[in-house]
Design a protein around this ligand. Structure first.
Ligand code: ATP
Length: 590
């Protein structure tokens, strides 16, 4: 395909505002792309390389301005290009505003005022440019880019500049490309697309939409698995649905990470009954690919580690590479978090992992300063089996089969009991983790999706300022601390400060804080029975919660679900703490 033909269609796509009509134009472009289909499917999104490939062109804006300036002629400097950019606001428009290649339409172009650039030629040139490395590589990049601009018509220059800086600005996102692939090459979607434009009756339109949606899902799955729009477009055209269904994960090619939404324990229990609960590790997401140790040439590591953005971070994390090589002997793709830990394996603050995560220099020196470890929580592939469609629990079983029940694997609790979740959360927070994740135990792994199947437990929106009226001594290593605090609301009308109990708070308090609180509250103990103590009301806690429930357990007639310690309200006294009336009001508003 001529590059000029591609850019003319890009202009048409840009000019079309309606989503469906835009998709139809992209579909027609794909249908006309012939041998260049895979490149066109990427270029249309401003990509030269597939998403799984972390190769970059490594062309910064200034190199691009310099190349444009050179192609624009002797009197134009990079500074002048920048000035024009400040005026016009967008590099494509700037590139299109210059007269490249001397006598446009004569010597520089072939017959008919066309440049002789092809989509394939531009792709090859850009790939060669990306591969340039070592001394003088920036100069070679500049030369190649200058050569390309020098041959461009204004419309071509507009899109070349945008392609090089990875933003096409024609309003074509991943969804448009996916739908266009389905419409161009899968019979069901094409047929459905035709129906939607007609004056068909509702039933026909619904049936057509369903056929189109099914076809789109087929494309979507193949895209999720391969992360390669070009390859999927070609498979859809040449092998149809059967070919797309056969697309498999490939070890070494990262998959988009599944993401979480904020949610509550009660949301999770309501929606799924059983909940898979895990620690939320406070580190950096990492996807581990290991080819099982097959022969792959001298000294090459066969473990690759990718960040959440699919950037290759293998060299920064040698401990994780060594761990995988030591513990695993089959091909795998694992999902997890890499955390910084102290000598006991306890988690260190998030800032510490940032000192290691993308590091390119001094890795060995930093390795001595900050120790990192893998915490795997999911398993996408083991020894030839793709597991994306399996449930959370089955995938986790495969993970423990692989690595055993060690610190390197999340400890998954399957429960329908809110109190068990509360206890799990308390333990996770005590151990210094960020919190908990709640997962639908039956859910598949949906790459790139921020769906409702993974919830990160939401911080409490509403808090109450409650008086501490009792406590319990802890157990084991915490036997000398007050560990659980009974919190109460003030009865507004009461003459002599009356308080009604509302719940027990044990979650969200570090050991250090417990020691402080014990020291502070011990003088207030007025009665003791077993591990339980009554306290003179002096101290106000800010307490978070998920829900207020009617309950006979406490004297207020209410109970807080998932109460959590937030802070001591040093600025409040029991007289200014929240009242039972406020609690009642909040309970009604839920
Ligand atoms: N057990 C776990 N299961 C899934 N994700 C976990 C787990 N432990 C830690 N995580 C991390 O939690 C992230 C989701 O939580 P969070 O939303 O706080 O992450 P973020 O990157 O700060 O924000 P966001 O994902 O909303 O952009 C995951 O991407 C993963 O890195």
């Amino acid at each position: 395909m001529e590059f000029a033909a591609f850019t003319a269609r890009a202009d048409d796509i840009d000019a079309e505002a309606a989503d469906l009509a835009k998709t139809a134009l992209v579909r027609d472009l794909f249908a006309a792309a012939g041998d260049d289909l895979s490149v066109v499917a990427r270029f249309v999104q401003g990509r030269v390389f597939p998403a799984w490939d972390s190769t970059t062109l490594d062309i910064g804006p200034s190199l691009c301005y310099e190349a444009i300036a050179r192609a624009a002629g002797q009197n134009v400097t990079a500074a002048a290009v920048e000035d024009r950019l400040a005026e016009m606001g967008e590099i494509g428009d700037v590139a299109a505003s210059f007269d490249f290649g001397g006598q446009r339409g004569l010597a520089a172009f072939g017959s008919g005022g066309q440049s002789n650039l092809t989509v394939e030629g531009v792709d090859e040139a850009l790939r060669a440019l990306a591969a340039a490395s070592g001394s003088g590589s920036q100069d070679r990049k500049l030369d190649t880019l200058f050569g390309l601009f020098n041959r461009c018509s204004p419309a071509e220059a507009r899109y070349l500049a945008r392609l090089v800086l990875a933003e096409m600005r024609i309003g074509v996102g991943e969804g448009t490309v996916r739908d266009a692939i389905a419409e161009a090459f899968l019979a069901d979607a094409a047929d459905a697309a035709a129906v939607r434009d007609d004056d068909a009756d509702d039933e026909q339109v619904t049936a057509a939409r369903e056929r189109r949606d099914t076809a789109i899902e087929t494309v979507e799955r193949a895209l999720q698995v391969s992360n390669d729009y070009g390859r999927v477009a070609v498979i859809a055209r040449d092998e149809g649905e059967t070919g797309l269904d056969a697309v498999q994960l490939e070890v070494g090619r990262p998959v988009q990470a599944m993401l979480a939404q904020a949610g509550t324990v009660l949301d999770a229990l309501d929606a799924w009954g059983d909940v898979a609960v895990e620690t939320k590790f406070d580190g950096a997401r990492v996807q581990v690919h290991y080819d099982g140790g097959s022969e792959n040439g001298e000294g090459d590591t066969d473990v690759s580690l990718f960040s959440r953005n699919m950037e290759d971070v293998t060299d920064a994390l040698p401990e994780v590479v060594e761990f995988v090589e030591r513990e695993v002997d089959v091909p795998v793709i694992l999902d997890g978090e890499v955390v910084a830990v102290d000598d006991d394996g306890s988690p260190l603050p998030f800032q510490e992992i940032l000192r290691r995560f993308r590091r390119k220099h001094d890795v060995d020196r930093m390795r001595d300063e900050v120790t990192v470890e893998l915490r795997a929580f999911d398993c996408l592939h083991v020894d030839g089996d793709d597991l994306l469609a399996e449930s959370v629990t089955d995938r986790h079983d495969r993970l423990t089969d692989l690595l055993g029940e060690t610190d390197a694997v999340s400890n998954l609790l399957l429960t329908e009991d809110a109190e068990e979740i509360e206890a799990y959360e308390a333990e996770a927070l005590d151990a210094g983790h960020e919190g908990i994740m709640l997962k639908n135990p039956d859910a598949p792994y949906s790459p790139g999706k921020r769906g409702k199947n993974w919830l990160k437990r939401k911080p409490d929106v509403e808090t109450l300022d409650l008086v501490v009226t009792g406590a319990e001594w802890g157990e084991g290593r915490r036997a000398t601390f007050l560990g659980t605090f009974l919190v109460s609301a003030r009865v507004e009308e009461s003459e002599d400060a009356e308080f009604r109990t509302l719940g027990k708070v044990a979650t969200g308090i570090t050991d250090e804080r417990l020691a402080e609180l014990t020291e502070r509250l011990e003088p207030d103990i007025v009665a003791e029975s077993g591990t339980q103590v009554d306290l003179r009301p002096t101290t106000v806690f800010e307490v978070g919660y998920e829900e207020i429930q009617q309950s006979p357990t406490y004297s207020s007639g209410y109970a807080l679900r998932f109460p959590r310690f937030v802070e001591v309200r040093e600025d409040k006294t029991p007289e200014t703490a929240d009242t039972l009336e406020r609690v009642e009001r909040l309970a009604e508003q839920q």
